[in-house]
Design a binder for this molecule. Structure first.
Ligand SMILES: C[S@@+](CC[C@H](N)C(=O)[O-])C[C@H]1O[C@@H](n2cnc3c(N)ncnc32)[C@H](O)[C@@H]1O
Length: 276
């Protein structure tokens, strides 16, 4: 589980420090998400859980006549996004819980998100609220992970961890896999119609370039299940885990990149709210 407090604290700080590497990790997915966004109309656009802003910046650059707002709950990520965006006149970022946020420009006509929405605390209520404040017929386009067994970047790392008895996280608790189940996604999108889920398989690029292995190790030290393990394991176990992690990364190095199979849903929907 990764909740708002995590994103407002160390998890958000780590993502802000690592935005170049996390953008690289999504590089097999992002062009497909951006193509799906490009196919949608919309001039008042909101990026939900925008993080360091790659998608919001790309959308704002691609639609000079549109106005884009990125909303995120992490102060470090919003700060990173602002620096990164420079002076793009049609783009701004707001620090807020997207579930409670209102758009001061008026009703949005397009919501987008790259892997942000599965961290919403109560997505059913949040999506109902987002639909209610949108233009009738507003569109929604987001990506999220499918199940862990199809996401080897996570599954292979979890398998390296020592068995630690504990309470398993609730299946739908906010986190990277909270939207893996299509039935759950459709349930959360009550208030939206024409809900469609398209599977996308992509290469999760953990590292690239001349030091791809070192890049991947740097990413995994701060992001994902390995980062949590490295923070919490006792020193002896941590060292052994790091050695197993390095062997895994080396085994996934093809000479140019370190990649793992990853699986996402590309979800689209239309707001069913008629504004009265
Ligand atoms: C996996 S990251 C993805 C970030 C960004 N969309 C990207 O693709 O790089 C999830 C993002 O959702 C944000 N987030 C989590 N809960 C949120 C909430 N309730 N409201 C707004 N943003 C939230 C986090 O701070 C984080 O930036």
């Amino acid at each position: 589980m990764t909740d708002i407090a995590d994103w407002q604290g160390s998890v958000g700080r780590n993502w802000a420090a690592e935005w170049q590497r996390t953008d690289t990790s999504f590089s097999g997915l992002t062009p497909q998400l951006l193509a799906a966004i490009e196919a949608e109309p919309g001039n008042r656009i909101v990026d939900i859980g925008c993080g360091a802003g790659e998608v919001a910046i790309a959308v704002a650059n691609g639609r000079p006549d549109a106005n884009v707002i990125g909303v995120d709950v992490s102060p470090d990520l919003v700060a990173a996004a602002k620096v990164r965006a420079g002076n793009l006149a049609n783009l701004s970022f707001e620090l807020a819980d997207a579930a409670a946020w209102s758009d001061s420009r008026g009703a949005p006509d397009l919501y987008v998100s790259r892997h942000g929405v599965m961290f919403l605390n109560d997505p059913h209520a949040a999506f109902a609220r987002l639909a209610a404040q949108a233009q009738p017929g507003a569109r929604l386009v987001f990506s999220c992970f499918r199940k862990p067994s199809e996401n080897i970047w996570a599954k292979a790392i979890v398998e390296l961890l020592p068995d630690t008895p504990g309470t398993p996280a609730a299946q739908y608790a906010p986190g990277p896999f909270a939207f893996a189940d299509p039935v759950r996604v459709r349930h959360c999108l009550a208030g939206w119609r024409e809900v469609a889920l398209k599977p996308i398989d992509f290469a999760y690029v953990a590292g690239a370039g001349p030091d791809a292995v070192a890049e991947a190790m740097a990413l995994f030290q701060r992001i994902g299940p390995s980062a949590f393990a490295l923070r919490t394991l006792p020193p002896g176990e941590r060292h052994a885990f790091e050695k197993r992690l390095l062997a895994l990364v080396e085994a996934h190095h093809d000479g140019a990149r370190v990649t793992f199979s990853a699986a996402a849903w590309l979800v689209t929907a239309t707001s069913d709210y008629s504004n009265g």
